[in-house]
Write a protein that binds this ligand. Structure first.
Ligand code: SAM
Length: 287
């Protein structure tokens, strides 16, 4: 069945509150599925809807595929489509559907029992409003983080993460640069490729996580950068002094040693300089 027929056949009415915009362009769905290694791998798909991307993933025979979908009706439709063999699960794939909120979902430390290391990938066409929470959860918070993620998001957010069009650094772009080895744009998706069409275009981004992740460094990094970006117009030194309870004099000399003016703005500072600042001032703040 083609996308429009599926929507009609199952009487699907997109729920705005769940960010349901179904991607109906098969070439783009194939390009998303081609952007990560699927064959023989453990895959987590977030927000499968009626299974448009799921079919492309299954055609590539993953070792396991876990779907997490919040909408009960979509879970019912997915199960019906599997029952009708419209969605075919290859014999080499362990398949499961979890009905629930992905922001509450905790992937097991190993999705495949034979592996000692956590190795899995995330693939998702998710509602725009949970893009940042998902990125923070999967690339910073969870104990069991994926190796790679491919995510469809609002084009402007993708541009900000990739810092296209001279977008300055943001808390999100720095946090992702901190946790990822590489971030690439897979493709752009014009709004006409969705039913219903959203008001804005999208882009698909690929994230490869850094293999080493130091929890303490990450905690310090996120704490300081988020504090600074929450009041980016304030003078940097005053801001850090009041948030971290460090004397302004001590901060001023650290900044001077790094060749930074105390008038510098948060968005002008790159990841390397942030790490240097944190290295200089850590151990000085009161927790
Ligand atoms: N992947 C499908 C596609 O490409 O056509 C559907 C995409 S639609 C933009 C987003 C999907 O995410 C919907 O099926 C929606 O019900 C689901 N969803 C929304 N919030 C969710 C959440 N917190 N956890 C899991 N799924 C969610």
């Amino acid at each position: 069945m083609h996308h429009k027929e599926i929507l009609k056949h199952y009487g699907i009415r997109a729920q705005k509150s769940l960010g349901q915009n179904f991607l109906v362009n098969d070439e783009i769905l194939e390009a998303i599925a081609d952007s990560i290694d699927i064959t023989g791998q453990d895959i987590l798909e977030i927000g499968p809807g009626y299974g448009a991307l799921t079919e492309k993933i299954l055609a590539r025979k993953p070792r396991s595929l876990t779907l997490v979908e919040l909408d009960k009706q979509m879970v019912y439709i997915l199960n019906s489509r599997i029952h009708e063999r419209e969605i075919v699960i290859p014999k080499e794939t362990t398949f499961r559907i979890i009905e629930g909120d992905v922001l509450q979902y905790v992937p097991p430390l190993t999705l495949s029992p034979s592996e000692e290391r956590e190795i899995y990938s995330v693939i998702a066409n998710i509602p725009y409003y949970i893009t940042s929470p998902i990125l923070f959860r999967f690339l910073h918070e969870l104990e069991s983080k994926p190796n790679e993620m491919v995510i469809l998001m609002q084009k402007e957010v993708g541009d900000k993460i990739c810092r296209k069009k001279w977008y300055p650094h943001s808390y999100l772009s720095l946090a992702l640069e901190f946790s990822c080895e590489s971030i690439e744009e897979v493709c752009l998706v014009a709004k006409e490729n969705f039913i219903p069409a959203p008001k804005i275009d999208s882009s698909v981004l690929y994230f490869q996580r850094r293999a080493e992740y130091n929890r303490i460094n990450a905690k310090d990094f996120l704490r300081i950068t988020s504090a600074w970006f929450s009041a980016p117009r304030k003078k940097v030194i005053s801001n850090l002094a009041s948030t971290l309870h460090i004397s302004k004099e001590s901060l001023a000399s650290d900044f001077q040693a790094l060749g930074l003016l105390d008038t510098v703005r948060a968005e002008e500072i790159n990841l390397i300089t942030w790490n240097k600042i944190i290295e200089k001032i850590e151990k000085k703040w009161e927790l």
